[in-house]
Design a protein around this ligand. Structure first.
Ligand code: SF4
Ligand code: SF4
Length: 67
């Protein structure tokens, strides 16, 4: 099963990846990163299919997909 790693301190919380993940595996965190911005987290309980939609859409290039 694939998984993603999100660089939370580069994330600006635009939520594009949340909208594009076909499996609904990316969620907004209730916490802030070190820049004071909300960020997103991977829900590892779901099944990531490694489609890379999240990584490709992220304007900050803060998502890595590992297959
Ligand atoms: S690789 Fe695809 S399935 Fe996995 S978290 Fe990203 S958008 Fe969702
Ligand atoms: S698309 Fe990138 S910058 Fe936007 S919320 Fe997702 S990880 Fe953060």
């Amino acid at each position: 099963m694939a998984k993603i790693i999100i660089n939370k301190d580069k994330c600006k919380g635009c939520l594009l990846c949340v909208s594009f993940c076909p499996k609904g595996l990316i969620k907004k965190s209730a916490k802030l990163n070190k820049r004071g911005l909300s960020y997103v987290e991977f829900d590892s309980r779901g099944e990531c299919i490694g489609c890379m939609q999240c990584a490709l859409i992220c304007p900050e290039c803060c998502i890595e997909v590992h297959k």
